[in-house]
Design a protein around this ligand. Structure first.
Ligand code: PLP
Length: 464
């Protein structure tokens, strides 16, 4: 067989890919018929595909490439670490310098009182850890009945058995017999789709108070924790009404349950602070991290744990851990990523400059005839597409039909903007410049114009 490289024709790469590579969250047959896009290289916020097209990556990969692509120092650090100590485990009373340094650094960045880190290879694995850690915590405190984790419909917490169970996505639960026992889902704070006639403020309170109701229904003695993303990402960048976040914190304070903030997307600057919890005013006991921790240059996840939980867990043998816990190369790369974020002032720049700049233009997209809602927190944003703004109507077509059309137009126009159902979402690298924001907005408008024309031409422009 010929050497498989970027020099091969795209069609040949696609054929080999379809023959041997099973894709995540895809219908393999459909993908094989159409051919996967082959991304060859990337630099800054720009991807280059195998045909030489340059595409502005409005999604930072999968919400993860916070520092942008093509950072030589990340490669240098990885190479140096691989030569020095490519791997050693942290089981059996051993440790190594990269994991020590990263843990100390994360403790410094995390909110006060969160000084301990348990590692994983991904966000999903970290959430599996969180299930076991929360339950073990209560068992150690003499309350073994406190086992139930409350989560939310349309949340995303990963794709392992534990992570997918915590997630509130029906299509995931339908496959493989999920969720596992002891996971309870309440409704999401998605006013646009589910708010009906309620004012956003009242709706936010109603959705938060479902947590209190669930604690009553399930019994306070049976609930271990509530897990939530500060801003739902994969669910469609759902920004709750302002009333929601403080009410959640009030309820978590009032009842003896742990608040687990899933910061896999919102961590490491996405919302203009190091952690989304700061942005939304939460005081979690555990934070899930991954994605922006390494900017995707290496796979790594983890749980940042508060002193109290760490002390309780620390008094017993926690029978849990992964081979790649605190992996030295991933840890060294994470440290370099954090150094870049800090020394280039990227998080502050998001908060004070790029996010306000993008947000103003993003909010103006509500003037597009197909956009009913344009929301954004930091550098994560969403647009709700609708054929009738006043009634917040859905399209008279399978959910996601129009969103998909728009996404395809975006690609054709050199922009990655994803769709979740009929919501368009963006989450660009945090290093995006104002000039690149202008390009993003221009391409997004153009793609929506084309998508709307196509929806009309295909007879989809009717309220359901
Ligand atoms: C991506 C994601 C996860 C899962 O992380 P993986 O690294 O894909 O396992 C968990 N929680 C949230 C909020 C995510 O966005």
């Amino acid at each position: 067989m010929a050497v498989i490289s970027n020099h091969m024709p795209t069609a040949e790469l696609q054929a080999l890919d379809a023959a041997h590579h099973m894709h995540p969250f895809s219908t393999q047959d459909k993908l094989a018929a159409r051919g996967a896009r082959v991304i060859a290289r990337a630099d800054g916020v720009w991807l280059t595909d195998s045909d030489g097209n340059r595409i502005l990556d409005g999604m930072a990969g999968l919400w993860c490439v916070n520092i942008g692509y093509g950072r030589d120092s990340m490669a240098d650090v990885a190479a140096r670490q691989m030569r020095e100590l490519p791997y050693y485990n942290t089981f059996f009373m051993t440790t190594h310098v990269p994991v020590i340094a990263l843990s100390a650094k994360l403790a410094e960045l995390a909110p006060p009182g969160m000084n301990h880190v348990f590692y994983a290879g991904s966000g999903s694995e970290a959430n599996d850890t969180n299930i076991r850690m929360a339950r073990t915590y209560w068992a150690q405190k003499g309350k073994p009945s406190k086992k139930i984790i409350i989560s939310r419909k349309n949340a995303y917490h990963g794709s392992t058995v534990g992570g997918a169970s915590l997630s509130g996505m029906t299509p995931m639960h339908e496959q493989g017999g999920l969720p596992i026992p002891g996971i309870h889902h309440i409704d999401q704070p998605n006013w646009w789709a589910e708010g009906g006639d309620m004012a956003p403020h009242d709706f936010g309170l109603e959705r938060a108070r479902q947590l209190e109701q669930a604690i009553h229904d399930l019994g306070e003695d049976n609930v271990a924790a509530f897990i939530a993303e500060p801003v739902q990402g994969a669910g469609g960048v759902i920004v709750p009404p302002d009333s929601y976040w403080p009410e959640i914190q009030r309820i978590c304070d009032k009842y003896e349950i742990l608040l687990i903030a899933d910061e896999v997307i919102t961590g490491f600057g996405r919302t203009g602070n190091w952690f989304g919890s700061t942005t939304v005013g939460w005081r979690p006991q555990i934070m899930t991290i991954a994605k922006g921790l390494t900017s995707g240059y290496q796979p790594m996840g983890g749980s940042i744990v508060c002193d109290e939980v760490a002390a309780v867990i620390g008094a017993c043998e926690f029978n849990h851990g992964y081979t790649y816990h605190g992996h030295p190369v991933a840890a060294a790369v994470a440290l370099e990523n954090i150094r870049i974020l800090q020394e280039e002032g990227i998080v502050d720049r998001v908060r004070t400059d790029t996010a306000p700049y993008l947000q103003e233009k993003w909010a103006a997209m509500v003037d597009h005839p197909m956009v009913g809602e344009a929301r954004m927190v930091g550098l994560m944003g969403s647009l709700a597409l609708t054929p009738h703004k006043a009634s917040r109507a859905k399209f008279a077509a399978e959910a996601g039909t129009v969103g998909y059309i728009c996404r395809e137009r975006c690609f054709a126009n050199g922009l990655v903007m994803r769709h979740v159902g009929d919501r368009m979402i963006i989450s660009p690298p945090l290093v995006i410049t104002r000039a690149e924001v202008d390009v993003l907005i221009e391409r997004a408008w153009k793609s929506l114009d084309q998508g709307m024309a196509a929806a009309k031409a295909e007879g989809l422009w009717h309220p359901a």
